[in-house]
Design a protein around this ligand. Sequence first.
Ligand SMILES: Nc1ncnc2c1ncn2[C@@H]1O[C@H](COP(=O)(O)OP(=O)(O)OP(=O)(O)O)[C@@H](O)[C@H]1O
Ligand SMILES: [Mg+2]
Length: 260
Amino acid sequence: MSKTVVLKCGGSTVHQLSDSFFQSLNALIENNWKVMIVHGGGPDITNMLKALNIETEFVKGQRKTTEAVLEIAEMVLAGKINKHLTNLLQQKGLNSIGISGSDGEMLQAEFLDKENLGLVGKVTSVNRSVVSLLMENGYIPVVAPLARTVTHDTLNVNADLAAAAIAQAVGAQKLLFVTDVPGILDESKQLIKEITPSKIQSYIEDEVITGGMIPKVQSAMTTLSDTLKEVMIVSGQQAFIENDDFKGTKIVREQEVSST
Ligand SMILES: Nc1ncnc2c1ncn2[C@@H]1O[C@H](COP(=O)(O)OP(=O)(O)OP(=O)(O)O)[C@@H](O)[C@H]1O
Ligand SMILES: [Mg+2]
């Protein structure tokens, strides 16, 4: 049976992906995993907005998106970063095709909170035919997190939430959030190897988990299912597979805590 893994590559790490990261990616492919990638782009979007003197503001971790911000977000996500990542994969010998979530009506969305966030989308449905077509033909789809409304307006979508919605829609067995930290760190900055939703909830309340880590753990908690049994947070700066085991933080349902 084919197994699918969705990797979300953070904008925080997309320019620093290490050789050992690609070795782990290759190991997945050699083990017959079908791979697809969704990417973010926060820092590049912020830099471009700054260069063009366009104001930007975050509300509860999501970027407030005006028409001007959306124009830049689309240019940076579907242009600069999407092509950078696709080219990088090709350089490593991995066939990949970059697309925007707004292509082929792949990601459909409605306004998340038009009044406070502007042109930010909440994914309502995913048309998996485009990515399935690519994966079945040996390509890694590289998806920029943009979506369309039913009236064909483009919306900016948080990449963590987009990756989770896609993972669910394609029936992925694994979802990996590739970011700039080795995983979830506890109050003493030690790596947590395995964590369940109830512990995550208390870490959010105690502000041990903050900022950009929040949409990751929240999407993990809403996406875990009988098919998608584990979501991982891993680093893009090192190997995420070592001795046949995944390295980082494993988020599992309460009943699936490993006995070791
Ligand atoms: N408990 C925690 N453990 C580890 N990192 C945490 C924790 N709480 C907050 N963070 C922050 O979460 C950040 C990762 O999320 P961030 O949104 O910055 O990156 P990304 O999602 O990979 O990139 P992008 O948002 O551009 O796609 C870390 O760099 C760290 O600062
Ligand atoms: Mg983020």
